[in-house]
Design a protein around this ligand. Structure first.
Ligand SMILES: Nc1ncnc2c1ncn2[C@@H]1O[C@H](COP(=O)(O)OP(=O)(O)OP(=O)(O)O)[C@@H](O)[C@H]1O
Ligand SMILES: [Mg+2]
Length: 536
């Protein structure tokens, strides 16, 4: 009974106040001063009789085109938490045109309880001003939410309840939002009101999860723990004075699941993905613009960083140019010789490092940056040192533990008589999870996936791969042997040539010596003949 009274009071109080106020307003023949006095009297009367307060949260944030964040949070909170208790709801198609969003209908009241206080909410809208012609339909109709509560809960509502609603509403919004995959490859999309964005986006709908990702279970658990620790460490990062971000380097041969892992991470964390194509960026200025336009709760990905740009080469050249003096200082990017000129024409390693460490870090938190590569050893150490790429994750060829995950996903098989042979073959052969998965997919003519057939097919493929690898190895060894023999032959030839040259040189020398002797004896003969002549 008391509950009913309490529920009835605020509406009654508001109704009395509104009636008196409206009455005073329509009495246009009453002079202004009297009318204002009547309005003040009405407010006082309401306050006297009505122990309830109300707070209005308007849709308009004051900024053109922008809806108030508190209004959006209240809307999300009421739709999620209180809508089930309302009797009149409205359904709309969400922004992505897929989800149906149900919310409380206008003028429908819903109650909420918070720390022992009861609160009444209702939504309504202010009609557009009669003398304003709007360009966009519905633009001038201002919607609002109003909460009514007893005045003894004033402090509780202001200090705790409204901040609580803001937090909860934001969480619900993130939970319900359509996640997006952004890319800088295509030309940027325009917002309806002008400014062109440097990113274009599509809905992110990759189905990969950590459950479907085939990798060593311990390694996988380690990655999940790391992500969870990161997500829950907002205060910790603030305390130690570090930007709330984390870098991962995913490396391994093609088809081992690096891109799949990124999708699984995004689905696990509920983050957007920004796929950054470095080759499509003109210079460091454009890179800066792109980084600044990324939002929180996102993963920024640079795939195949080794092929993305001449980052390593640039730095090595710089290193050479700068001499030995600071060659030990690996972590300091060397500036290009002509920084301004360079900045105008291309993205440099130092530009990239600066954004990872500096400017981007200051842009607010909860961001992950991921590089992928097939050749970790070819990357500049500065790019992947701990602190920048905090965690290095190796994605390797498919072994038995990973295979079991694929068999469960693709064939719904947990145990099978062929598993023993497959295990043996997987230990002896390097096959990527992508190739293993490919062998588990074929369908029979009856459009069914028969585990016996698929696993037998996989065994065939593994045997073939093993034979191919053995043949390739034999060929390599043969080539190595040939090369060795060629080298030995070249060496022998060189030795023979040297010996021949030596011998020739010796013969030549001996000949010259001989000729020299002959000459001296001839000269001696000539001299004695001359002496004889003189004596005569
Ligand atoms: N570890 C894995 N777990 C589950 N599926 C995988 C895994 N690795 C590969 N696949 C399958 O193979 C396909 C290709 O894998 P993915 O693109 O993730 O490989 P990658 O390591 O990024 O290769 P690349 O180096 O060529 O970019 C995926 O679509 C997925 O179906
Ligand atoms: Mg990939």
């Amino acid at each position: 009974m008391e509950g009913a009274m309490v529920g009835w009071w605020p509406w009654f109080g508001s109704a009395v106040a509104s009636t008196i106020f409206l009455w005073s307003m329509v009495q246009s023949h009453i002079p202004d001063t009297v009318r204002l006095n009547l309005a003040a009297l009405a407010a006082k009367l309401t306050a006297y009789f009505n122990p309830y307060l109300q707070i209005t949260i308007s849709e308009n944030s004051g900024e053109r085109w922008k809806r108030s964040e508190l209004f959006l949070a209240v809307e999300a909170y009421l739709s999620d938490v209180c809508a089930r208790r309302a009797r009149r709801l409205k359904a709309e198609l969400g922004k992505d045109s897929k989800n149906i969003q149900v919310s409380v209908d206008d003028h429908e009241g819903v109650t909420d309880d918070f720390s022992g206080a009861t609160l009444w909410w209702y939504a309504s809208k202010q009609p557009p001003k009669a003398n304003v012609i709007s360009f966009y339909p519905g633009e001038d109709e201002k919607r609002f939410y109003r909460v009514i509560f007893h005045k003894r809960h004033h402090d509780l509502v202001i200090d705790s309840y409204l901040p609580f609603i803001l937090g909860e509403g934001r969480t619900v919004t993130i939970k319900n939002r359509q996640r997006r995959l952004f890319t800088n490859k295509a030309s940027g999309s325009s917002s309806p009101y002008g400014a062109k964005s440097v990113w274009s986006h599509v809905p992110f709908e990759h189905p990969a999860t950590f459950d479907t990702l085939a990798m060593d279970p311990k390694q996988k658990e380690d990655v999940i723990d790391d992500l969870m620790a990161f997500q829950e460490s907002k205060e910790y990062y603030a305390k130690v004075g570090k930007a709330w971000k984390r870098g991962y380097l995913l490396y391994g041969p093609p088809g081992t699941g690096k891109s799949t892992m990124i999708a699984a991470m995004a689905n696990f964390l509920d983050y957007d993905i920004y796929d950054l194509e470095l080759t499509a960026i003109k210079n460091n200025t454009e890179l800066r613009k792109l980084f600044i336009e990324t939002t929180g709760k996102s993963i920024i990905v640079i795939e195949d960083i080794d092929c993305s740009a001449d980052l390593t080469g640039k730095r090595r050249k710089d290193k050479k140019a700068s001499g030995d003096k600071d060659s030990n200082d690996n972590d300091k990017p060397k500036l290009p010789v002509e920084p301004e000129k360079d900045d105008e024409t291309k993205v440099t390693l130092s530009g990239l490092l600066n954004f990872i460490d500096g400017l981007w870090s200051a842009c607010g938190g909860e961001r992950i940056i991921i590089f992928t590569t097939n050749y970790k050893e070819e990357l500049d150490p500065a790019l992947i040192r701990r602190g920048r790429m905090d965690k290095h994750i190796e994605m390797s060829y498919c072994r038995f533990e990973s295979f079991k995950i694929l068999a469960k996903n693709y064939l719904d098989v947990i145990e099978h008589k062929l598993f023993g042979e497959i295990q043996q073959l997987l230990e002896e052969t390097d096959m990527s999870p992508a190739d293993v998965a490919e062998n588990l997919m074929p369908m029979s003519k009856k459009k069914k996936r028969d585990p016996d057939v698929c696993l037998a097919g996989l065994i065939q493929a593994l045997k073939q791969a093993k034979e191919d690898a053995a043949a390739a190895k034999a060929m390599q060894e043969e080539e190595a042997k040939d090369a060795e023999a060629k080298k030995a032959k070249q060496k022998l030839e060189a030795e023979v040539n040297t010996a021949k040259e030596k011998e020739e040189a010796q013969v030549k020398k001996a000949k010259e010596k001989e000729e020299g002797k002959d000459k001296t004896s001839e000269e001696a003969n000539g001299d004695s003949m001359q002496a004889d002549k003189m004596q005569e």
